[in-house]
Design a protein around this ligand. Sequence first.
Ligand code: AMP
Ligand code: GLY
Length: 424
Amino acid sequence: MRVLLLGSGGREHALAWKMAKSSILEELFIAPGNAGTGQHGTNVDLSPENFDAIRAFVIENNIDTVVVGPEAPLVKGIADYFAKDETLSKVGVIGPNQKAAQLEGSKDFAKEFMKRHNIPTAKYATFTKDTLQDGYAFLESMKAPYVLKADGLAAGKGVLILDKLSNAKKELKSMLAGAKFGDASSRVVIEQFLSGMELSCFVLTDGNAYKILPEAKDYKRIGEGDTGLNTGGMGAVSPVPFANPTFLDKVENQVIIPTIKGLKKDGISYKGFIFFGLINVRNEPYVIEYNCRMGDPETEVVIPRLRSDILDLFEGVVTETLSERDVQFDERSASTVMMVSGGYPGSYDKGKQIYGLNAVSDSIVFHAGTQADGPAVLTSGGRVLAATSLGRNLEAALKTSYDSLSKIEFEGAYYRKDIGQDVL
Ligand code: AMP
Ligand code: GLY
């Protein structure tokens, strides 16, 4: 296969690392990639959202499969762009079309979908600036805390959880009438607050068959003990101890199967990964959100636990023969801990030299925000790198990740010391 992978984070490094192990890979390009993906293929300086430039590159380099890492190109319709183009329509795209990507691109769409197909999720209602007064009344009918969600993509910042009714009303107004999140908050979903442990589940589907990947738990807050601001994710573990076989059976029967069937019933063809953000409420799974791509940093623990050839699975997705493909997992536990730039998720410096990468031998260091500068590797983002380890249990995997991170340094480097502690 001749593959173009779109994206530049830790997720993409993990996917590139895995694809590079495939016996059917001929050549791998990553756009734009990072210093880590450059170890497994050729980085090309293209934006994942510049479809015309991607088209030219795909044709010139005889690419047969495009793997889309992040959500933005999917929500913008990259799969449709390929399907409609005479020359590109034979190229396989791993990632759903624009309609299907609405599961992530519009909270209101996702909630309507779940309601229609009886998929467990928090009760909700959606408001616009014309129905602001109804929104206030709805808030008054609910109990604290109040959950407000911008309908569209808001770079992970569009969800507000507020304790006071007066604040909730103020924020609702600022989202709807004040365009707090721009167009993304022209509609706002208000939903019931659910309390429980969160986890992420993943499937790969060709629209008919699906393969369930290992579940994972990520750590979103910057501070230890889940305090401070939300980040893209500070670490992850897989498996998730509280997700026992009974619970995972419920996830499959109450969430995954109704989702796959619901998409078919709605005439939506879905080829790619579905990410289920779930919450365990008294041993019942509820969907908090869908994403139309893999998670980051969850990919950095899920993909290393996949034993099978990932390109064989991708071929199964493209040719709609996923049911015939075999999928095997590593029984060991995996952990990943993110090392981030000082100041992140606020403002931070870039261009700091990273030392000690070659001293790590027991973990896989997945690069996120890095850039090669000759033989040196420099920081180029908030989340810089993730140390992934496999172990006979989570404690062992985590110990290895922390030992590895202690060998790496750059000015201002920070990481959470408590990843996985809450589930051990
Ligand atoms: P989302 O972008 O929808 O994943 O929401 C971001 C985070 O807000 C989730 O990971 C949860 O921690 C929290 N959250 C979202 N919806 C709810 C809810 N209905 N009840 C409790 N927490 C929620
Ligand atoms: N780790 C959460 C996400 O990828 O959205």
